[in-house]
Design a protein. Structure first.
Length: 301
């Protein structure tokens, strides 16, 4: 996850989008007769066993245009959106696969590891979770936060458990899962405390709720730990959401980087994972939708 848009240029070429859709075998999805909050329900899953979405910040396209292109490629949703963007996505027949509870510059660094943050974080979530339910969202993101002097690892875990346990009942009541993200502290987010699966799992075990899960960012955990497939298999019960990104560089998830994402996706699907896998990388091609289409194909298993 990141809050800054990449400076990647793009050129609009609908013909190329159509060609990319054909290349991955994507086809329009049937609209559901169900509704969410008086609007058409999000589309059903596309080809393959995984429900794939795209993080909003990876594209500079206007949101309505992005939704139309993603839908044509077989994506089922858009990830990491603020409340004022949710309706645009759902009106276009896609799911909001992860929502933000607030807009602020310190969203990543201000987390539940420090009890001084709890009151403000809980206030944000208390206000946003009911809105998420009405909009049909099932996932909301939150953070562990940056390390603080005087708070050791064990205390930070206990602080996270204490704070998240206070909001868990409201999340459960509204059918929302709070997804706490694992990030790397080596390259992108120096000082972030939730930089290991072990830390995140310790917090999840302390809460032990289906409504508080890890957002396992494959890009970040490959940088910190590697051994991604084994780690996912061993901890799938604590994981509610996935992000992708190529290592190194956080670009395409193709053969230019060190992970075999098709194998990773197959491992996740083989575990009968029912959540979303959201692509979150900076496209390096002149037309980002070529990269998005390729990522969709790679993770169609």
């Amino acid at each position: 996850m990141t809050t800054t848009s990449p400076g990647i240029s793009r050129r609009t070429a609908l013909g190329r989008i159509a060609a990319a859709a054909a290349a991955v075998g994507a086809m329009p999805l049937l609209a559901s007769a169900d509704t969410v909050a008086g609007k058409p329900a999000p589309e059903k899953a596309g080809p393959g066993r995984l429900k794939q979405s795209l993080s909003r910040w990876t594209s500079k396209a206007p949101l309505p245009e992005l939704c139309k292109h993603l839908k044509s490629l077989g994506f089922v949703g858009v990830d990491l959106l603020y409340a004022d963007e949710w309706a645009t996505v759902t009106d276009n027949g896609l799911a909001v696969t992860m929502g933000y509870p607030a807009k602020r510059d310190n969203f990543i660094t201000m987390g539940f590891n420090d009890p001084a943050n709890h009151a403000a974080l809980l206030k944000e979530l208390e206000a946003t979770i009911p809105l998420a339910k009405r909009a049909g969202l099932t996932n909301m993101i939150t953070m562990f936060g940056n390390r603080k002097d005087g708070i050791d690892e064990r205390q930070a875990i206990d602080n996270c458990v204490a704070g998240l346990s206070k909001i868990e009942p409201l999340a459960a009541e509204n059918g929302v899962t709070l997804c706490v993200e694992l990030l790397n502290s080596k390259v992108d987010h120096h000082g972030y405390q939730g930089d290991s699966t072990a830390f995140g799992v310790a917090v999840m075990k302390g809460i032990n709720s289906p409504n508080v899960k890890l957002l396992y960012d494959i890009y970040h955990m490959q940088i910190m730990e590697g051994d991604v497939i084994r780690t996912i298999r061993d901890n799938i019960q604590w994981i509610g959401h996935f992000h992708t990104g190529g290592v190194p560089g956080r670009h395409e998830i193709d053969g230019t980087q060190e992970l075999n994402y098709h194998a990773v996706a197959k491992a996740i699907a083989d575990l009968n994972f029912q959540g979303y896998i959201a692509h979150e990388f900076m496209p390096s091609r002149s037309d980002p939708f070529d990269s998005f289409a390729e990522a969709f194909k790679i993770c169609t298993v």
